[in-house]
Ligand binder design. Structure first.
Ligand SMILES: [Zn+2]
Length: 268
């Protein structure tokens, strides 16, 4: 069983981190803990000793030699992924696109701690979970999302495909298709009858894919027509997407469409 740190000792260790120091545990058992500075340039005199108060849950800091005789160390070992996550949560909630390099640079600039790419990765992942909730909770709210989108966009085409092998099992999300009514009308009114199709992988724990259909408007710009998220880019999923798209814009009996795709065995 490891030592249960008191709040004051935790703050002390964080302050050490901010000042470019690192520690090593000389003793760490259920009732006492002694730490020394792991500074550069030989043995440092800094040390702290804390122990548990008898018959209580409190921990007291009993000895603190706060004078360092070492050089600085910016290893950042004391910066845990949970601690880093708390520091970058505000940046993510402001909508900043934090790449791993940005996370590492932010912690380096603000707290003088060098952290590894893996630590930055886990910290960003934990911070994203705080901001956006866990992916599984987001999937659980798709139905609410659909109801709200339909309410705000009359005429929208929104199709879902759920998988429910038997009534005792909760339905599982498989696919979703979306085409806005105004986009549909705009495409039919002014765009050329050329549709580009492509798909990409979604970054996340559930590995879905995103399919998109785009047109070209009279200014020669891309015109997003319809999107779908689905389990994988297969012949069946492409057929499902294109059938819904043709229901929206009119099939070959009424119009002639030109499709551009990287799929060699496309059905259409
Ligand atoms: Zn030191």
């Amino acid at each position: 069983m490891s030592f249960s740190w008191g709040l004051s000792l935790r703050r002390l260790l964080r302050r050490l981190l901010l000042n470019g120091r690192d520690i090593r545990y000389v003793k760490n058992d259920p009732v006492r803990c002694r730490v020394k500075c792991k500074g550069l340039g030989g043995e440092c005199l800094w040390m702290a000793f804390a122990s548990k108060v008898e018959k209580s849950g409190y921990v007291t800091l009993k000895t603190l030699k706060s004078k360092h005789t070492c050089g600085r160390n910016y290893g950042g070992r004391l910066a845990s992924s949970n601690w880093i996550a708390k520091k970058i949560t505000n940046n993510l909630s402001r909508g900043e696109d934090m790449k791993l390099g940005t996370v590492i640079q932010t912690i380096q600039d603000k707290y003088m701690a060098n952290i590894s790419v893996w630590k930055a990765y886990w910290a960003r992942r934990k911070a994203r979970e705080v901001v956006h909730e866990k992916a599984v909770q987001q999937y659980g709210r798709i139905r609410d999302y659909c109801v709200e989108v339909l309410r705000a966009n009359p005429g929208l085409t929104l199709k879902q495909k759920l998988d429910r092998p038997c009534p005792t099992i909760q339905p599982r999300f498989v696919r979703m298709y979306m085409c806005l009514d105004d986009v549909k009308k705009g495409f039919l009114a002014v765009c050329r009858p050329i549709i580009g199709l492509d798909g990409c992988h979604l970054k996340g724990d559930y590995g879905q894919q995103l399919l998109v259909a785009v047109g070209r408007d009279p200014n020669d710009n891309y015109f997003s027509l319809a999107v779908a998220t689905l389990e994988a880019e297969t012949k069946d999923s492409w057929a499902w997407f294109l059938e819904l798209l043709l229901q929206d814009i009119g099939d070959f009996t009424n119009k002639k469409w030109v499709f551009m795709s990287d799929q060699q065995k496309a059905r259409y």
